[in-house]
Design a protein around this ligand. Structure first.
Ligand code: SF4
Length: 501
């Protein structure tokens, strides 16, 4: 009996940007008595179904974006007589769906770190339960990853998690509901050991794959300090101190290392934190800007963000403190107008952000937006290939709509075309070349251009276009660009590297 772990994807690029961490975490949680699991990341290559034998245990992790491919794999795997175990955010939210559509033997809800071994044993003994509750594992008990199983030369960035959960409550995001609002911080020693292991293997670029690397904003601390009961303040202060301790340890890592993470815009008010990030070589962060208008921010329950000129100034603070911003914007909010697209493109330019992504509002399961939309759609009779829109993740990719929520002013196609237009403008060659000034040598500037173009092909053209020829062209382009781009990220291994004190 062998154990397999599969990350489903309907698109494969041969090379991927970031390692899907969960595969290697569950590999580490696999009892050694079953040998090393066989890992398949379909963003690299599709699963070889002939490698699955009767009696094997196959773990498939799904989010709403890849659930349909996950179910297809599940049925194929089941037909070969294997046990099919589903996990991941989508399976946590809809634990019955993998049974109905994916041939599931069992489903694990929540974190798999502590539960995976028990599930394998149960499958091996022929006594699997229908659903397991993995819960939320404490920060100290979150598993490290088995990086020794990573295939060579396939990923640009490795991924290490330092904290799980986010105290915010944005309406389009399910993280705070699935991972919880209480930050679960991993121990600094465990994080540093993992980073050192990755640098030994030749990974210089590491994504700190956290829900929110800045889980305690200054404002949260101030509010907690005003209360008579100081226990909340002490708890938040301890989390903040641990962040600084981690960053101080990261300063002692090889200086050629580059980290990237995800934080909220409030971090710009905390320049002590930004300076510590810079010293720790955390050179970039995804910042959820979402909207450039106050109405848009209200739409997504993110009124702690700024808008207009104040927003541009706030974003510049990141650059002034050595942290590059990948700004994330959402289009299709109820308050958006055609003018919002131009205003967003102008703001992205003015605010000096290095990379940007422009996504279209999608009601993802587990979010406040989804619940509201599902209620509004209760009487909607639209079906695509027999699937109601409120189960959009089950609609085949080729005919899946890109915009769902009816908009008071704009048709779905208009939102999609205007979104594509903003991507085109932001990633036009002259604009990318202009932004590439943020790095010094000609070689680095060319690398910057290559990475920008790859990012746009992988995420914009394959995600927004409805025309299959454009998607397939983008996939080919991304495949061509991916291999040379990956080489730019690799570094000579440092097998002798020691864990800094
Ligand atoms: S979008 Fe970001 S800040 Fe908002 S809840 Fe999700 S993880 Fe937290």
């Amino acid at each position: 009996m062998r154990v397999h772990l599969v990350n489903p994807s309907h698109l494969a690029f041969g090379v991927a940007v970031i390692t899907p961490r969960w595969l290697y975490v569950l590999a580490s949680a696999t009892p050694t008595s079953y040998g090393d699991p066989v890992i398949t990341d379909e963003t690299l290559e599709p699963l070889d179904i002939n490698a699955i034998s009767a009696g094997d245990v196959v773990g498939i992790g799904i989010h709403s974006g890849n659930a349909l491919r996950g179910y297809e794999l599940g049925r194929m795997v089941k037909a070969r007589g294997a046990h099919v175990v589903f996990g991941g955010i989508h399976a946590t939210l809809f634990p019955e769906e993998p049974h109905e559509l994916g041939g599931a033997t069992t489903v694990v809800k929540g974190d798999g770190d502590m539960m995976w071994g028990r599930v394998i044993e149960a499958c091996a003994n022929g006594t699997p339960e229908r659903v397991y509750e993995g819960g939320r594992v404490d920060g100290e008990r979150l598993s490290k990853a088995r990086w020794d199983l990573l295939p060579k030369d396939r990923y640009m960035w490795a991924s290490v998690q330092t904290v799980r959960g986010c105290p915010k409550h944005c309406s389009f995001c399910s993280v705070w509901r699935t991972d919880g609002q209480k930050p679960r911080v991993r121990q600094t020693d465990a994080i540093i050991e993992e980073i050192v292991e990755l640098r030994r293997l030749g990974f210089r670029f590491i994504a700190l794959a956290d829900d929110n690397f800045y889980p305690v904003a200054m404002n949260d601390l101030k509010m907690a300090d005003r209360r008579t009961d100081k226990s909340g303040y002490e708890r938040l202060k301890a989390i903040r101190d641990e962040r600084f301790e981690l960053m101080a340890r990261m300063e002692k890592l090889p200086r050629d290392m580059v980290f990237f993470t995800q934080i909220t815009m409030e971090a710009a008010e905390d320049t002590e934190f930004l300076d510590a990030m810079r010293r720790a070589n955390i050179k970039g962060a995804l910042v959820g800007i979402e909207s450039v208008t106050p109405e848009g921010l209200k739409d997504v329950y993110k009124d702690f963000n700024l808008h207009g000129d104040a927003l541009a100034d706030r974003l510049k603070v990141f650059r002034q403190h050595g942290v590059h911003v990948l700004g994330s914007f959402i289009f299709g909010l109820p308050s958006d107008t055609p003018a919002t697209f131009d205003a967003t493109a102008a703001l992205a330019q003015k605010a000096d952000i290095t990379f940007a992504q422009f996504v279209m509002l999608t009601p993802f399961p587990g979010t406040v937006d989804f619940e509201k939309w599902e209620r509004e759609m209760a009487t909607d009779q639209t079906r695509i290939e027999g699937i109601p829109l409120t189960r959009h993740w089950l609609i085949p990719q080729a005919v899946r709509p890109k915009v769902y929520s009816p908009h008071p002013l704009m048709a779905a196609n208009e939102i999609r075309d205007r979104t594509q237009g903003v991507w085109d403008e932001f990633y036009s060659l002259p604009k990318v070349w202009q932004r590439s000034k943020c790095v010094k040598s000609l070689k680095s500037r060319l690398a910057f251009v290559l990475v920008s173009k790859l990012y746009r092909q992988m995420y914009a053209n394959t995600g927004i276009a409805t025309d299959s020829a454009r998607v397939s062209r983008a996939e080919k382009w991304a495949r061509m660009l991916a291999a040379p781009t990956r080489r730019l990220f690799s570094a000579p291994p440092m097998p002798e590297l020691q864990v800094p004190n």
